[in-house]
Design a protein around this ligand. Structure first.
Ligand SMILES: NC(=O)c1ccc[n+]([C@@H]2O[C@H](COP(=O)([O-])OP(=O)(O)OC[C@H]3O[C@@H](n4cnc5c(N)ncnc54)[C@H](OP(=O)(O)O)[C@@H]3O)[C@@H](O)[C@H]2O)c1
Length: 277
């Protein structure tokens, strides 16, 4: 029996992956914000006789302290984690700053994934073939990392914040592998393409219309999770890899730049250290 931790496991791709792993006899830890959705997953597991293999942790992953509390809870219960699947995401047409002072999209889409990846790394190392599947947006030729304004105080738009988050996650994958030479952990940056999910977010009317059109054209979630399940079953050989709709992407160009990855790593460590202090 393998153990999978799934952030954003209460809806969309994360939920479908959680249910698929439970069905196969694995153990899952679902991280999500909505207690009712968490209870429904637990109830579904109970009905299928998997009650002892599902663990729901209610957590607002836009908060570093709360994310670290969830990490501590996972550490207290499990000695090893075979796979970490990162899916939590929430779009915001209007800019929001968390009570910890980070812009919400930066905090949730990037910072929580940095904390979960690095602070669960030793539990991953304890598994035989560990893998992190970061479900994000590699291969999309959009998004600028605004190094002097990661919280996008200037001219915020939800799309810019989302696309910057995708670029930050690309660099997170590259940086993770560079910080851990010789590690057995495989870091997979995975863009599933359009998948019909809840598209969690607060959208202005124009964006809501676009999302509705995207949802209609998107593939069903059962199909969208196939590359995620494949990466969990057979982690790639390379320490870090990227794919879009099942097709491998070369780790070339500015999106995967090693110097930028190191720079972002140092910057993030600094932000988190300042928070701890
Ligand atoms: N769907 C697509 O077409 C598509 C395409 C490309 C990439 N992706 C990427 O795939 C990943 C998964 O997307 P999805 O569409 O499957 O997601 P989704 O259906 O929108 O679900 C989002 C998940 O994130 C959780 N979440 C949101 N805010 C949270 C918070 N503050 N704290 C904790 N959990 C929070 C939600 O939990 P609650 O509901 O419990 O709040 C939910 O489980 C995302 O990173 C997305 O960028 C998706």
């Amino acid at each position: 029996m393998k153990t999978f931790v799934i952030s954003g496991g209460t809806d969309g791709i994360g939920k479908a992956v959680a249910l698929a792993r439970l069905e196969r006899g694995d153990q899952v830890v679902v991280l999500g914000r909505d207690a009712d959705k968490g209870a429904r997953i637990v109830a579904a597991a109970e009905e299928s006789g998997a009650a002892d293999r599902v663990h729901f942790i209610q957590v607002d992953l836009s908060l570093v302290d709360a994310t670290r509390k969830a990490v501590a809870e996972i550490r207290s219960r499990f000695a090893a984690v075979d796979g970490l699947v990162l899916c939590a995401q929430h779009f915001r047409s209007t800019r929001l700053v968390t009570e910890e002072g980070f812009e919400n999209s930066f905090a949730l889409y990037y910072l929580s994934r940095f904390v979960l990846s690095h602070e669960l790394a030793d539990l991953l190392e304890a598994a035989p073939a560990p893998v992190v599947v970061n479900v994000c947006g590699p291969g999309i030729p959009m998004g600028e990392v605004r190094w002097d304004d990661l919280g996008r105080e200037r001219d915020y738009t939800g799309i810019d914040a989302l696309m910057q988050g995708s670029r930050l996650n690309d660099l997170l994958g590259v940086g993770f592998a560079r910080q851990r030479p010789g590690s057995r952990i495989r870091y997979v940056l995975l863009n599933p393409g359009g998948v019909r999910t809840s598209f969690s977010g607060e959208y202005d009317p124009a964006m809501a219309e676009q999302i509705e059109a995207m949802r209609k054209a998107a593939k069903p979630v059962e199909e969208g999770i196939l590359p995620v399940l494949a990466a969990l079953d057979t982690p790639p050989d390379q320490p870090v890899s990227a794919s879009m709709m099942g097709e491998p992407l070369p780790l070339e160009g500015p999106a995967f730049d090693a110097e930028d990855a190191d720079r972002l790593h140092e910057l993030t460590v600094g932000l988190l250290a300042a928070r701890t202090a």
